[in-house]
Design a protein around this ligand. Structure first.
Ligand SMILES: C[S@@+](CC[C@H](N)C(=O)[O-])C[C@H]1O[C@@H](n2cnc3c(N)ncnc32)[C@H](O)[C@@H]1O
Length: 320
């Protein structure tokens, strides 16, 4: 095999987009300005060559521009600057600490799930000289801005970098597409924590890693005078790390508070299967039984069968 071919072979593959509605492959539209899912005719426009795969479709990413005195990219950058000044943190240090948790190999395929103005892009590219970085955000305005910013700051990165618009609740990728997914500063706004984590888990291959970092004032500081001012100032600070929504297959789960305890970071590895528990191991001692038999006895006593319990839980999840 020639050197060119072996170099090609060593490169990680760029994951193909799928329809965020039915997850079937997309093809270039006849107009050359869209991606289309042939079986349904679902079409997604290319804006300045960038795929707008945001689903459900909404005007201006659901953001009301009248709320702001400046264009959205400047508002986002000002909010970031303010946050790091107010809480006395170093932005690059925080981003670096979050990215360290992903344990990236140089040829990894990574999703930045809410890439915003592209503030983490360069740090990620530097870690992925033979890899792929997919940057998605709900706001096409921010994606377009981030693409321009990345071009202006071009540092000759060899990381293949892809940009697109997407809703974190409907990711336009097939299962197991990524070695790692990171989300910094957007998770609390995704609107459905359980679904957002399920989507990130779905697109991460078993063995891959996920890191989620966002505002959330440490619970032990909330009832201090400073804590009350922090929470009054920014309702997002009331968010708790979404531990209860992690998938059954989450392994090596870690939780850390950063930025003067105003930012949580959860990270975990996607396991092949839920952790093993021997529910049939007989207990020692007078009462005897196993975890399974005790559970079944209890359900029989309350009149619930295990199937009912499963259904009750499913109903609760549907109602969310
Ligand atoms: C505070 S910014 C953080 C951006 C970037 N990750 C950073 O660290 O600077 C939050 C981002 O989340 C994006 N966002 C909000 N809801 C989203 C959703 N449902 N899907 C994808 N992105 C979303 C916003 O458009 C915005 O760019």
């Amino acid at each position: 095999m020639s050197d060119a071919n072996s170099a090609e072979r060593d490169l990680a593959k760029v994951p193909a987009f799928v329809d965020p509605i039915n997850r079937k492959p997309l093809q270039s539209g006849d107009d050359g300005a869209s991606l289309v899912e042939p079986s349904t005719g679902n079409a997604y426009p290319l804006r300045n060559g960038i795929a707008d795969l945001v689903q459900p479709r909404m005007a201006s990413g659901g953001i009301d521009p009248k709320r702001f005195d400046r264009p959205l990219p400047q508002v986002t950058e000002a909010a970031l600057r303010w946050t790091f000044r107010a809480f006395g943190g170093d932005e690059m240090q925080l981003r670096t600490r979050v990215l360290d948790k992903l344990e990236l190999m140089p040829d990894a395929v990574v999703l930045d799930n809410c890439s915003g103005t592209g503030a983490t892009t360069r740090l990620l590219q530097d870690r992925l000289p033979r890899g792929v970085l997919c940057n998605g955000d709900l706001s096409m305005e921010l994606v377009v801005h981030a693409v321009q910013r990345a071009a202006e700051e071009d540092h000759g990165s060899t990381c293949r970098t892809v940009w697109f618009g997407a809703n974190a609740l409907h990711l336009p990728f097939a299962d197991d597409s990524f070695d790692a997914v990171v989300s910094i500063g957007g998770f609390n706004q995704f609107g459905d924590a359980a679904r957002a984590i399920a989507e990130m888990t779905r697109v991460t291959r078993p063995g891959g890693r996920i890191a989620i970092a966002d505002e959330g004032y440490a619970p032990w500081l909330r009832d201090t005078l400073t804590g009350r001012m922090v929470l009054n100032d920014n309702p997002l600070m009331a968010h708790m790390p979404p531990l209860e929504h992690l998938p059954e297959v989450a392994r090596d789960v870690r939780l850390e508070w950063m930025l003067a305890n105003a930012f949580y970071c959860i990270d975990f590895r996607v396991g092949e299967a839920p952790p093993f528990v021997d529910v049939d191991l007989p207990h020692e001692g007078l009462r005897g039984g196993t975890m399974r038999s005790r559970y079944e006895e209890r359900n029989a006593a309350t009149g619930h069968t295990p199937a009912d319990v499963g259904r009750l839980r499913a109903n609760r999840e549907d109602a969310r």
